[in-house]
Write a protein that binds this ligand. Structure first.
Ligand code: ZN
Length: 165
């Protein structure tokens, strides 16, 4: 079997039977992605545990590449810590755009390298990763708010002041 044929099989398989499909409830973040060039739409729900993506799911409509890419992404990042997720994102982005990029150790995600022969489809494959980043930014914003609230509370406790104005 040719390598490209194998890649096609992986993409078709994930499109037919998407993994981690649906909504995660409760979740810490929800992000929507839309690729107007192709009409791909997806919604990602995610639960984080400290620095780790504890669980995530996606649902949506779109072409085979967008759905397969999202399915493979959820498998690849579930349970992973953030630095590893960032590295994966960079490697997948390189794989989709740079013919010199290697695919060692990327597992099924390597099948996305076939997409770079079709530049119009790169956005289909990367949509889920951008949506994931948006969801993670949401988690960060929530954590930052909580930290600020804690700091505010701590400051009040340490140095109680009453305004007389
Ligand atoms: Zn698409």
């Amino acid at each position: 079997m040719q390598l490209t044929e194998l890649y096609r099989e992986v993409i078709l398989d994930h499109n037919r039977q998407p993994r981690n499909y649906g909504r995660l409830d409760p979740h810490d973040a929800e992000a929507k992605g839309h690729n107007p060039l192709c009409g791909d739409q997806l919604t990602l729900t995610l639960r984080s545990e400290g620095n780790r993506i504890a669980d995530l799911r996606f649902e949506g409509n779109g072409c085979a590449i967008s759905m397969a890419s999202a399915s493979m992404m959820t498998e690849a990042v579930k349970g992973q810590e953030r630095p590893a997720v960032d590295t994966l994102f960079q490697r997948v982005h390189a794989l989709l755009t740079d013919p010199a990029a290697g695919s060692e150790g990327l597992g099924k995600l390597a099948s996305l390298s076939g997409v770079r022969e079709f530049p119009a489809r790169v956005k289909c494959a990367s949509l889920c990763w951008h949506t994931l980043n948006a969801a993670l930014a949401q988690v960060d914003a929530t954590l930052a708010d909580a930290a600020l609230a804690n700091a505010g509370l701590a400051a009040r406790d340490a140095n109680p002041t009453v305004s007389t104005e």
